[in-house]
Design a protein around this ligand. Sequence first.
Ligand code: ADP
Ligand code: MG
Ligand code: MG
Length: 251
Amino acid sequence: MLKIENLTATVGDDAKQIINGLTLEVPAGEVHAIMGPNGAGKSTLSYVLTGRSGYEVTGGTATLNGEDLLGMDPEERAAKGMFLSFQYPVEIPGVPVMTFVRTAMNSQRKLRGEDEISAPDFIKKSREIAKKLKLDAEMLKRPVNVGFSGGEKKRLEIYQMMMLDPSFLILDETDSGLDIDALKTVAEGVNAMRSPERGMLVITHYQRLLDYIKPDKVHVLAAGRIVKTGGPDLAHRLEAEGYDGILGEAV
Ligand code: ADP
Ligand code: MG
Ligand code: MG
């Protein structure tokens, strides 16, 4: 599904190389975790995959379902089903959550050549998902992220994710700063979105999220490339031994 081969990418005005020959494959239906020390390039990878400006690919390939991702603009990638969660959710004063999500849904549909979702269909879908997430309908009328608690922001993000129904999900340290209840909410949302057609990449600095989201594989990213791949046990080893031992082995 997602296939990255020998990817290199630079960041910023001084074109510092952050991604250094990264190769990774996530088949449809699987959840893979990426762990790694601070500054390894985890967030950079997620930005390169979603096409954020300021990040330049200098070599290698990345495809989603066989289609070249790197040649598409960010909106096209989103329309193809790439979804990146935010480490730090942005506030959008004046724009209600529902309006924001409906606009995003419709712009993606338009790019795919589909009709806009009708108001009744949108409301029906929104109600179903809000019910599943135990979200108060009143919350969905409030401006995006303004005045929401950390846990509420996460639930709203999962609401957005479920509404948009992406085919590939990237969660970048979506667990940072969350208490255990919010962490479980995130995990339940992610687990509910597991499906044979959908792939997921869960980027996390800590093992604890992976107690709730059981990954099929765990990759260690260091200095801009994947240096080790294993099963869920690898995450426990990293927690117990730190990155140094495992990175020493990998070299
Ligand atoms: P991680 O998410 O693994 O902690 P990042 O991808 O955020 O790491 O950062 C990788 C490296 O790239 C760091 O050394 C960081 O300082 C650098 N970096 C990230 N963004 C920029 C930028 N816009 N300009 C210059 N350097 C950057
Ligand atoms: Mg970091
Ligand atoms: Mg990061």
